[in-house]
Design a protein around this ligand. Structure first.
Ligand code: FAD
Length: 383
């Protein structure tokens, strides 16, 4: 067993940490969150640093990195804000999907633009009546000559309204069969005629933005279909494990930042003439918080390692996702308790963790759906 990163991985982590410390100052993070402004300046810096190149093969301009490299990047971006990870991950996961399922022509066309930061990608699966139940999706795409025409409505789309964003939209292309055999994936520029978007007012993750999208006779050329007609479910499944493990790395990075903030505060803040961290009640809370982060982190790392070895890790990743997301919610809640009223105040940063964390047991598959999946893999039939 080897619990160490390689020298290159340590360098990758240190480089990103230093650069993010320079660029993502507390003032910038607060401003982006307060103004609900997309982190364009950071996105450009990530592209310049080659972070989008990391997991792609060299033949497409990538760096040939591993899943472990991806989780290192995810943790480091999330240490500043989990929302930064969502901007990075959204593009990356859709790009990896294109790599796995796109045609050679599509790869050559899109990947250089994606790796250089020229275009961003977001994913749109969820609909008002289709959340956990993906099969209830009603958005349709119908072939018309050399194009596809998309009609319907999507919701909760992270980052869909950013400049130069291409929406990776799943739509029904055959309603007569089971949804697993009848959905397809399309790439739709967010300024295509017929696409209307509304930015939603969410509790957290306010910087990258969450959108409702209406598709009204949206026409895209045939080469915007990825993975072939009625092959959308395969696209979803093929990336599920990598996406979930990287998201889980995001939870550990963000939660560690919340612990660090609470520890620093407990050392500084004096009540009754001494730092509050000298109270066993507070010190134990902090010790529990760090222990929870470590547990979640190592579940995630093991799952990432299994993936990097080409093993199937669905069970391990689902458990790490479940545990890690619930851990971040817990940590943010405890961190707020440690900081008292300052934690509850909008001028301090713990409240952002509290708001952002609340989304992670819902997004990327709810906690209940993870439990259903894990129980199913344990041989239990869950209704
Ligand atoms: C901040 C944020 C960003 C998001 N970004 C995106 C995005 O970029 N693209 C995208 O497509 N989607 C996105 N989503 C949507 C997300 O994937 C859905 O919210 C999620 O799949 C759950 O769907 P729902 O919200 O409709 O809840 P529902 O499916 O309606 O569930 C409501 C409750 O019922 C429970 N439940 C439902 N079915 C079962 C069952 N069979 N067994 C047990 N419990 C069940 C759920 O766990 C939950 O507690 C985002 C969501 C959030 C909060």
């Amino acid at each position: 067993m080897d619990f160490e990163f390689t020298e290159e991985q340590n360098m990758l982590r240190d480089t990103i940490r230093r650069r993010m410390d320079d660029l993502a100052t507390p003032e910038l993070i607060r401003r982006l969150d307060r103004d609900q402004a997309y982190p364009y300046e950071l996105y450009e810096a990530w592209a310049e640093m080659g972070l989008f190149q990391m997991p792609f093969p060299e033949e497409y301009g990538g760096l040939g990195g591993s899943v472990i490299d991806m989780v290192i990047i995810s943790e480091e971006l999330s240490r500043k804000s989990f929302d930064f990870f969502t901007a990075y991950g959204g593009t990356l996961f859709c790009g990896l999907n294109l790599l796995r399922n796109g045609s050679e022509e599509q790869r050559r066309h899109w990947l250089p633009k994606l790796l250089s930061g020229e275009v961003k990608f977001s994913v749109s699966m969820s609909e008002p009546d289709a959340g956990s139940d993906v099969g209830a999706m009603r958005t349709t795409a119908r072939r018309d000559g050399d194009s596809w025409v998309i009609n319907g409505q999507k919701v909760w789309a992270t980052g869909a309204g950013a400049k130069n964003n291409v929406i990776n939209v799943y739509a029904k292309t055959d309603s007569s069969v089971h949804y697993r055999k009848g959905i397809s994936l399309f790439l739709v520029d967010n300024d295509t005629p017929g696409v209307k978007m509304r930015k939603l007012d969410m509790l957290g993750r306010r910087c990258v933005g969450t959108y409702e999208i209406f598709f009204d006779d949206v026409r895209v050329p045939a080469d915007r279909l990825v993975g072939g007609e009625n092959n959308g479910w395969h696209c979803v499944l093929s990336g599920l494990q990598v996406e979930r493990v990287a998201s889980t790395a995001g939870y550990s990075g963000a939660a560690q930042a919340a612990v660090d903030m609470a520890v620093a505060y407990a050392r500084e803040r004096k009540q009754f003439g001494r730092p509050i961290g000298t109270n066993q009640a507070i010190a134990h809370m902090l010790a529990d918080m760090q222990t929870e982060v470590e547990a979640a982190r190592w579940m995630m790392m093991r799952a990432a390692w299994m993936l990097s070895q080409g093993k199937d890790a669905l069970r391990e990743i689902s458990m790490a996702k479940l545990f890690g997301s619930e851990m971040y919610v817990k940590i943010a809640n405890m961190g707020m308790q440690v900081m008292g009223a300052y934690g509850y105040n909008m001028e301090f940063d713990m409240q952002r963790h509290f708001r952002d964390a609340r989304s992670v047991t819902i997004g990327a598959g709810t906690s209940q759906m993870q439990r259903n999946l894990i129980a199913g893999l344990m041989g239990l039939k869950v209704q």
